[in-house]
Design a protein around this ligand. Structure first.
Ligand SMILES: NC(=O)c1ccc[n+]([C@@H]2O[C@H](COP(=O)([O-])OP(=O)(O)OC[C@H]3O[C@@H](n4cnc5c(N)ncnc54)[C@H](OP(=O)(O)O)[C@@H]3O)[C@@H](O)[C@H]2O)c1
Length: 296
């Protein structure tokens, strides 16, 4: 057994299912102590049980939070920061796609809140712990869905994106996919700016595209997108294959000092031109900090 994560503490979101579940189990098998953030107690306890079966001698932990709500993101980050003096790796992975526009209790568009804001708020809340634990890593699950879209700072909450003509809708394969793609573009821009801000601290930040993976992703989306996902998953990678790059970025000595990069199949590749725009990354950071009521 590869035990190069023995004694390391890994915080992970979205590990009750799919890519995150497999990554958490593999990292536990490599000796890591896993601290999960889940929203559903039933699925959370099942996931914890599986981890304990993999590594019975390790005290894995679990916290509960709905990562679409700002108050929950902040609460769970501060609870973990309080309880865990040492964190080696933070994996921001929980995410979803939605067929229709919904607002969270904070008035944020749901995809933006869950897929982008939660990465930002959790990382901000655990930043001090990561820096104090350096060398440490932040790994963000992004997607190649970012390639088809651009970011509209006048419409970050996607009020306009869900309107538009039928032709525009067809071109993007549905407004939900477009809004999802934008949230994943945010993940890459966030990673880029985070890496810049963490320079010299010994904490790296990288993101990845896992490939198209047959998980629960898209199942509860509703409308035509659900139908599309159900059909397309017949040709998708397994969750085991989809978790490979995530596990690699969290654990491999090969990438111990690599930062600010976007990975696919365990290799650094170039994301879209817009995803490499440092001015845009800085602007997104400032806008997000404003929405979270944090100092930039
Ligand atoms: N599957 C793909 O083809 C693909 C491709 C590119 C990128 N990705 C990205 O990979 C990541 C993982 O997706 P997956 O494919 O593994 O999907 P999945 O099987 O649906 O898993 C999603 C995970 O996110 C959690 N989650 C969803 N909403 C949440 C909330 N409000 N609060 C807390 N946790 C929440 C889910 O918890 P529950 O168990 O409670 O639902 C689950 O653990 C996502 O960021 C996704 O964008 C996936």
């Amino acid at each position: 057994m590869n035990e190069n994560m023995k004694g390391k503490v890994v915080v992970i979101t979205g590990a009750t299912s799919g890519i995150g579940q497999v990554a958490a189990e593999n990292l536990a098998s490599m000796g890591a102590r896993m601290i999960q953030i889940a929203r559903d107690r039933g699925r959370g306890q099942e996931a914890l049980k599986r981890l304990c079966e993999r590594a019975p001698d390790v005290a894995h932990g679990i916290y509960y939070a709905d990562l679409s709500r700002l108050s929950e993101m902040k609460r769970v980050a501060s609870e973990i920061a309080e309880a865990e003096p040492h964190i080696d790796v933070l994996i921001n992975n929980a995410g979803a796609v939605f067929g229709f526009r919904q607002l969270t209790e904070d008035g944020l568009e749901y995809t933006f809140a869950l897929n982008h804001m939660a990465y930002f708020v959790l990382t901000d809340g655990l930043r001090e712990r990561l820096v104090a634990s350096a060398p440490a890593r932040v790994v963000n699950t992004a997607s190649d869905a970012h390639e088809a879209v651009t970011l509209d700072f006048n419409d970050l909450q996607s009020a306009e994106a869900y309107r538009g003509s039928f032709l525009k809708w067809l071109r993007y394969g549905g407004a939900g996919l477009k809004v999802y793609g934008r949230s994943k573009l945010c993940n890459i821009l966030f990673t880029r700016e985070l890496a810049r801000r963490l320079a010299g601290t010994g904490v790296t930040a990288n993101c990845l595209h896992p490939g198209f993976v047959a998980t629960r992703f898209g199942d509860q989306t509703g409308g035509l997108i659900s139908f599309f996902f159900r059909f397309a998953k017949r040709f998708a990678l397994s969750p085991q294959q989809g978790a490979e790059t995530l596990v690699y970025l969290a654990s491999s000595p090969e990438v111990a000092t690599v930062t600010g990069q976007y990975f696919y199949k365990c290799h650094s590749i170039k994301p879209s031109r817009e995803a490499q725009d440092d001015a845009m990354a800085r602007r997104l950071w400032a806008e997000t900090a404003r929405l979270v009521h944090l100092e930039d």
